[in-house]
Design a protein. Structure first.
Length: 394
C-alpha cells in the first residue's frame, strides 16, 4: 500500500515522526517496532487468502478432496481412545469419515474446543451438565481463550477523508472504476492503511500496543447482517489493541446440540496488565492525535470524549457507545482450550507440543491446528505465509 496511502494517513505517519516515535518500512523485517504502512496479501490487486494460495493449487492432488456443507458433529474414536474420524451432517444426511493415520481438528478458536467438548473431551462436570458422556476428563479444553480487545478513537476532520467517497454511490462507483481499470485505489487496500507497533512506556521491553490508522470512520453494526457504512461526517479513526493480552476467557457448550453456538466468555480486562495497556494505549493515541500534523486536520475527537481521570477503570473511561466499539478489530487467537492435547502455540511455553505429552493423554492421532505462527508475536505477523499451512493433509 506504500505510495498509495490517503493524505490523512500520511498525516498520521508524519505525526508519529514529529513525536520521534520509531518507524519501519517492513513489519516483517528485523524489528516490528514503529509506525508504518501495513503490508497486505494481494496478487494483481486482488486480496489473497490461504484458500487461493494454498488450497486451490492443491486441488489437483489425488489425495485431496473437499466436502462442502459438511458440518462436523463429533469425533469418532477407536476402542483404544485414538481419534479415527469424524461424523458430519451434510445436507441433512449423517456421514462418517475415517482416517488411516491422523485426524486434524482445525475448526478455529471457537469451534475447535466446541467440537472437542461435543466429542466428550473436556471437563467432566461441565459435560455431564449438558448430558454429554465424558470420554476423557480434560478440564483445560475450552479454557485459555485469548483475544485482542481493540479500542477505537473517532475523529472529525476538517478536510475530506474516505467517508465522503465511501458514503456516496457516485464516490463508490468512481472508486470501483478506478479499481477495475487500474487495480489501485482504496478498494485495492485495507481500511487499516497504516499503523504500527509501539511501546506505550519505555518500561516495556518490546512493543505492547498495535495501532491501526483508518482514513475513514465507521462503527461495527450491532446487527451482524447489516453492512458497514461510514460515519456521516468527514472523519477517520485510530484503533489499538494490546499485543499480548493476559486476560483469559473460555469457550463452553451452550447445549449438546452441535447446531447451537458455543458460549464465549472472553473475560476482557480482567488483569491489571490489560487495563494498563488500554489506558496507556489511549494516551498514546491522544499523543499522536495532538502532534502537529494530525492536530492540524482534526476538528474534534468524536468518541471517546471527556475521558477525565485516566486512573479510573477503563469500563468507566469509555462511554457506552465506545464500549461497543471496543471490539471492531477483535482478533481471536489460539488459546481456546486445547493446550492439553498438544500442537499448541510454539511461542508460548504453556502449550505442550511434546509427543509424550500427547501420548499421556491418549490423543496422539488428534491434532489441533489453529493460529500457529512460529514468530507470532501476539499480533501483526500474518499466518498467510506460514509454511505449515502448505502441509495440507486429509
Ligand atoms: C477481525 C479479524 C481480523 C484478523 N486479522 C488478522 C490479520 O491481519 N493477520 C493475521 O495473521 N490474522 C488475523 N486474524 C486472525 C486469523 O484470521 C485467524 O487466526 C485464522 O483465521 C485462524 O485460522 P484457523 O484455520 O485456525 O481458523 P479459521 O480461519 O477460523 O477456520 C476454521 C474453519 O473451520 C470451519 N468450521 C468451524 N466449525 C466447523 C464444523 N463443526 N464443521 C466444519 N467446519 C467447521 C469454519 O467455518 C472455518 O472455515 C484476524 C481475525 C479476525 C477475527
Amino acid at each position: 500500500m506504500r505510495g498509495m496511502t490517503h493524505p490523512v494517513t500520511d498525516a498520521y505517519l508524519k505525526s508519529c515522526e514529529e513525536l520521534q516515535l520509531p518507524s519501519t518500512t517492513d513489519f516483517n523485517g528485523a524489528s516490528i517496532e514503529g509506525a508504518g504502512v501495513y503490508d497486505i496479501n494481494t496478487r494483481n490487486g486482488l486480496r489473497s487468502h490461504s484458500s487461493a494460495e494454498y488450497l486451490r493449487p492443491a486441488l489437483k492432488r489425488a489425495n485431496l478432496s473437499i466436502e462442502r456443507r459438511a458440518i462436523a458433529q463429533r469425533l469418532v474414536f477407536a476402542p483404544d481412545g485414538r481419534a479415527t474420524g469424524v461424523e458430519v451432517l451434510q445436507d441433512g444426511a449423517w456421514r462418517t469419515f475415517s482416517a488411516r493415520r491422523e485426524v486434524i481438528v482445525s475448526a478455529g478458536a471457537i469451534d475447535t474446543p466446541k467440537l472437542l467438548q461435543l466429542s466428550g473431551l473436556g471437563d467432566s462436570e461441565a459435560l455431564g451438565a449438558k448430558g454429554i458422556e465424558t470420554r476423557r476428563h480434560l478440564p483445560a479444553v475450552g479454557e485459555n481463550l485469548q483475544d485482542h480487545l481493540a479500542a477505537s478513537f473517532y475523529y472529525r476532520a476538517n478536510r475530506p477523508t474516505l467517508n465522503g467517497v465511501f458514503g456516496s454511490l457516485f464516490g463508490q462507483a468512481r472508486l470501483g472504476l478506478q479499481y477495475v481499470l487500474t487495480r489501485k485505489g482504496p478498494f485495492a487496500m485495507s481500511v487499516n492503511q497504516a499503523g504500527g507497533f509501539f511501546r506505550s512506556t519505555p518500561a516495556h521491553e518490546r512493543p505492547n500496543i498495535q495501532l491501526y490508522f483508518n482514513p475513514l470512520s465507521y462503527r461495527i453494526p450491532v446487527d451482524a447482517s447489516a453492512s458497514m457504512v461510514p460515519e456521516p461526517y468527514s472523519g477517520f479513526l485510530i484503533a489499538f489493541n494490546s499485543c499480548r493480552p493476559t486476560s483469559r476467557g473460555r469457550i463452553a457448550l451452550a447445549s449438546a446440540d452441535p447446531a447451537a453456538a458455543a458460549l464465549i466468555q472472553p473475560n476482557y480486562l480482567s488483569t491489571d496488565l490489560d487495563i494498563a495497556d488500554v489506558i496507556e494505549g489511549s494516551r498514546l493515541v491522544r499523543r499522536i492525535a495532538s502532534a502537529p500534523s494530525l492536530a492540524a486536520i482534526i476538528d474534534a475527537e468524536v468518541s471517546p470524549v471527556a475521558i477525565g481521570d485516566q486512573r479510573r477503570k477503563p469500563a468507566r473511561l469509555f462511554p457506552r457507545q465506545c464500549q461497543l466499539d471496543l471490539s471492531p478489530l477483535r482478533q481471536l487467537h489460539d488459546g481456546a482450550g486445547c493446550k492439553d492435547i498438544g500442537g499448541g502455540h510454539p511461542a508460548s511455553g504453556a502449550w505442550g507440543r511434546r509427543p509424550a505429552h500427547r501420548r499421556r493423554l491418549g490423543l496422539s492421532q488428534c491434532h489441533r491446528r489453529q493460529y500457529q505462527c512460529a514468530d507470532h508475536d501476539g499480533c501483526g505477523k500474518g499466518c498467510g505465509d506460514d509454511p505449515r499451512r502448505r502441509g495440507l493433509r486429509t
